[in-house]
Design a protein around this ligand. Structure first.
Ligand SMILES: Nc1ncnc2c1ncn2[C@@H]1O[C@H](COP(=O)(O)OP(=O)(O)OP(=O)(O)O)[C@@H](O)[C@H]1O
Length: 219
């Protein structure tokens, strides 16, 4: 069942916009004069070959790295001016899982909830939804790569953030988990959320507002 709209930004409004962005790494221009934006209800896929600069772009969009040129706006405000608001509305999950490997799945989730100021809830049920029933108390370092990825993605089931920036979220997931995650994306977008992601896979769900930005590999 779709939860009622809970985001401040209304459907179709641009949440994040980058204009004329440039990024140089190791003397190589990954991209320049790049315009990118995502609206409420939209999924934006960043595609491109290995090394094209997808993760670098995501890190810039998440405010974790500086563009070499260009501007970034959150709700039409320069990001530096409203960064606290932006960070509070952003769920970024990078290449690395972001989980603490010595902690169990339950402990990781409990930590994220506390860090986000979200009240405790039935995390056993959440982990069961994610196919991790019976593994709640196992240190994450003893879980498989796909199971660790599922724990990492658990945040997406309780975050209140409108914008999700996800770097290769399907990595290590089996087909069933990929399908479940895409259904979850669908529900998030239906509620007015927005998603920017990188993936080398094709998306099997037809999202209502979906766009793709192909980054060319530049020498
Ligand atoms: N912090 C950094 N310092 C120096 N070089 C970097 C840094 N981050 C990325 N690079 C370089 O920038 C290029 C693009 O890297 P990036 O991770 O953005 O590519 P990608 O498109 O996400 O690749 P993949 O599909 O393999 O994940 C690579 O050549 C990489 O070595």
């Amino acid at each position: 069942m779709i939860k009622p709209q809970m985001f401040a930004v209304s459907a179709g409004q641009i949440i994040l916009q980058g204009t004329a962005l440039s990024c140089i790494r190791q003397d190589r221009v990954l991209f320049e004069q790049l315009d990118v934006s995502v609206r409420s209800g939209e999924l934006l896929q960043i595609a491109g070959k290995n090394g094209a600069g997808k993760s670098s772009l995501l890190r810039i969009l998440a405010g974790l790295a500086q563009a070499d040129d260009g501007s970034l706006y959150y709700l039409q405000q320069p990001i530096a001016r409203v960064y606290a608001d932006y960070a509070a509305n952003l769920c970024y999950i990078g290449h690395h899982s972001g989980i603490h490997e010595q902690l169990t799945a339950l402990e990781n989730i409990s930590f994220w909830r506390a860090a986000s100021g979200i009240a405790p809830a039935d995390d056993f049920a959440l982990l069961a939804t994610l196919g991790l029933a019976g593994l709640e108390d196992v240190p994450c370092r003893m879980l498989s790569a796909g199971q660790q990825r599922r724990v990492s993605l658990a945040r997406l089931w309780f975050t209140n953030c409108q914008l999700w920036i996800l770097d290769e979220p399907f990595t290590a997931l089996d087909q069933a988990a990929i399908a479940m995650l895409q259904q979850h994306f669908f529900a998030h977008l239906q509620q007015g959320g927005a998603i920017i992601l990188t993936t080398h896979q094709s998306l099997s769900v037809a999202f209502v507002h979906q766009s793709k930005l192909e980054l060319a590999y530049r020498w």
